[in-house]
Ligand binder design. Structure first.
Ligand code: AMP
Length: 285
């Protein structure tokens, strides 16, 4: 596996891939890699001649300084895991390599319209703008044929698709299923920040979403929403930030099940100062 830290190093590695006319798959990550990330890497390895993975904790997408400071960083273990999985290129840029003009002098910005105005967009001002900026720059540095994103960050995939459309980038966006712990908790780098009691209670997030699926036949959208909010909030260490039942294409809340063909329930829960997200399909395409 080639490890690239600078723009020059990644440019050379990509030129070598292109010279041999190999197909390239790309997985952008913020590191602290777990089986969820690795499922994306393995899918890319299966579908492309060459797979590149970036590890970059992007400061422009954190609206909360403490979240950025406490974000888990395990680069050495990450690189070992990528090597073992069979990735070909690891791109581990510094903040200076990604933002040579300095964080204060970034000029590009994004308007994602309605899909970016709700849920994570409303709860984390500037977050999706930062995601758009960094993923666009990463796609320029790693011009892949396909890029792999986890459906755990459900709204993020819609944002990436919209960014790619707005900037006219020729790349296929491949959504990948959520990988969960055996008890149902969605894998997340932030799970390592939970203490034992928080971890035990956090399982109620996914368990409540699973139960909610069974209620769809007999309950209204409002009733399912209330069930999820009340059930999760009744767990002492869990506090729902939002739970929205949305059209999977537009991210807008729906009020009746027949309003959309694809219906997804998206939840964000604060467990102490750890913010966890999850989602579940109530109606699939
Ligand atoms: P992150 O490092 O959190 O920015 O995540 C990098 C990529 O891995 C994103 O596309 C995430 O959606 C994806 N990812 C994170 N956790 C999971 C999971 N539990 N299952 C599937 N994909 C995931």
């Amino acid at each position: 596996m080639i490890i690239c830290k600078t723009r020059e190093e990644i440019a050379k590695a990509i030129a070598d891939v292109r010279k041999e006319h190999k197909t390239l798959g790309f997985i952008p990550t913020m590191g602290a890699l777990h089986k969820g990330h690795i499922s994306l890497v393995s899918k890319s390895i299966n579908e492309n001649d060459c797979t590149a993975v970036s590890i970059f904790v992007n400061p422009t997408q954190f609206n909360n300084k403490n979240d950025l400071l406490t974000y888990p960083r395990t680069v050495d273990a990450d690189l070992a895991l990528l090597e073992q999985t069979g990735a070909d290129i690891a791109f581990v840029p510094t903040v200076e390599a990604m933002y040579p003009e300095g964080l204060e002098n970034i000029t590009e910005s994004y308007d994602f319209g309605a899909i970016g105005a709700v849920m994570e967009g409303a709860a984390r001002p500037g977050h999706f703008n930062g995601v758009g900026i960094v993923v666009h720059r990463l796609f320029e540095l790693v011009p892949a044929d396909r890029a792999y994103f986890g459906m755990k960050d459900f709204q993020q995939i819609a944002i990436i698709r919209e960014m790619v459309r707005q900037r006219n980038i020729d790349i296929e966006i491949i959504p990948c299923p959520i990988v969960r712990e055996e008890d149902g908790l969605a894998l997340s780098s932030r799970n390592t920040r939970l203490n034992d009691e928080q971890r035990k209670q956090a399982v109620q997030i996914s368990q409540t979403l699973f139960k909610a699926v069974d209620l769809v036949q007999s309950s209204s959208v409002a009733e399912v929403k209330e069930f999820v909010e009340n059930t999760v909030n009744s767990v002492p260490l869990l506090e729902v930030e939002y739970f929205e039942i949305v059209n999977g294409f537009t991210m807008q809340s729906i009020s009746s099940w027949d309003e959309a063909e694809w219906v997804v329930g998206c939840i964000t829960v604060n467990v102490g100062d750890v913010r966890l997200i999850d989602n579940i399909a109530f109606k699939n395409i």
